[in-house]
Write a protein that binds this ligand. Structure first.
Ligand code: CU
Length: 161
């Protein structure tokens, strides 16, 4: 809404200047960019180069908020394929079970009740994302990469407060 008001005001100013000016008024077209909803929080996370490591050990979101998790895979080695799988808990047991089941799962993403949300796998150089509503209850949620061999090292926690 603010953006629309600003655009409208800009248009009025431009038109007024154009009417009174008479000089160089070539820039009279208001650039109407499509408005993108910005009420949600966007979090961008990357791997640390070609390591099996996220560049953030923890992420914070507000309970019940709209979140878009963006994973920008800046790795360059062909084996450094990653995703982010957010679990419903912060239990080693769940992380291990999901990580192990991923070895033989389609797209390396098993079906498991402990999975809250997941991005697709990102090839090196690719960016993937997932949007979700944060849990309404404060808590800590483990996130892992389920590409084979990665989950034990590639972990972090999403803190819902
Ligand atoms: Cu990975």
């Amino acid at each position: 809404m603010k953006i629309l008001i600003t655009l409208a005001l800009t248009l009025v100013v431009v038109l007024t200047l154009g009417a009174c000016g008479g000089g160089n008024t070539s820039e009279t077209t208001a650039e109407a960019e499509p408005s993108v909803p910005t009420d949600g929080l966007e979090i961008t996370i990357r791997p640390v180069g070609n390591e099996m490591k996220y560049d953030a050990d923890s992420l914070m979101v507000s309970a019940g908020s709209e979140v878009t998790l963006i994973f920008e895979n800046i790795a360059t080695l062909p084996t450094m394929i990653h995703n982010i799988v957010v679990l419903t808990t912060n239990e080693d047991e769940d992380a291990n079970r999901v990580g192990m089941a991923a070895l033989t799962a389609p797209e390396f993403l098993p079906e498991d009740d402990a999975i809250f949300v997941a991005t697709p796998m990102a090839q090196p150089g690719e960016t993937v994302r997932v949007s979700f509503t944060a849990p309404t209850t404060p808590g800590t949620h483990r996130y892992i990469c389920t590409y084979p061999g990665h989950y034990a090292l590639m972990q972090g926690v999403l803190i819902v407060s």
